[in-house]
Write a protein that binds this ligand. Sequence first.
Ligand code: NAP
Length: 270
Amino acid sequence: MRPEISFIGAGKMVSAMVSSLIRSEIYIPDQIACCSAKDGTSETLSTATGIQRFEGVDEMLKQKPDLLILGCKPQQLSELPPSTLESTEDCLVLSIMAGITLSRLDQSFPKSRNIVRSMPNTPGQIGQGVTGYLFLQEANEKDKAVISKVLSSLGIAYLLSEEIDIDKVTAISGSGPAYLFEFACALEEAGVGIGLEPKIAKNLAIQTIIGSARLMEASDSHPEELRNQVTSPNGTTQAALESFSSDKLREIVQRAALAARNRSRELSNA
Ligand SMILES: NC(=O)c1ccc[n+]([C@@H]2O[C@H](COP(=O)([O-])OP(=O)(O)OC[C@H]3O[C@@H](n4cnc5c(N)ncnc54)[C@H](OP(=O)(O)O)[C@@H]3O)[C@@H](O)[C@H]2O)c1
């Protein structure tokens, strides 16, 4: 069977997308193909999911897929064979690579039908991600539906109106998981600092973040309201929040997001 979707790459993100597309019965395994640089990752993915596997990009693209997904690392784009250019005539191309602009993708795939640049995040690996994306040119309804369906396999997907928004998405949700992981480390260290056993401090920190995230998801209330609900006047939480406030936590986060957005711009323009 001719695959409808072909993935270049078979690593963490591609594996998450493929598993979810099959699990949700959006595609059957025969409609999907992948290849990787060495045999390892594509063989593992193909064995686990039953999708088609090809020895290399050339072989895979001879099948003329309708949608080609670029799931390799950004620096690996220039390693793709030049024949990729001819083989992607009239193909819809979706990139999940960080930092590769639409104009760079357009140079690499000038004969494609349309190109999509997206910015997923790491929780996408467990279907809990959030992705911002946009098309190079105005897309037809069918292509819009396909891309929305495919990116939703990683979690929630938002169509953006301008490419500069990708840098902003990168600063908030793209890099955001690392901010939360850093906060988990800080909370763990604080636990050890006030005398808890390291293992207990780690578990308390991680479980508090997981539980609070699930509560935010389950509740209709804004995080500000949820915070107020656990903050009794003159209580322990208020003492900690006042310490955050006097250290200007929100300004610290604002500066961090600005630094990430600026770096994303620099990397995209490099
Ligand atoms: N990981 C995340 O949560 C995350 C979040 C946001 C965006 N992204 C983006 O998603 C993309 C994939 O990330 P990942 O973490 O899934 O990477 P990964 O696990 O390292 O997988 C990369 C895959 O690309 C394959 N590959 C490399 N060069 C190739 C070539 N010339 N031809 C065919 N396949 C090739 C690799 O094959 P071998 O194994 O054989 O080398 C591997 O299967 C990246 O561009 C990244 O920017 C990832």
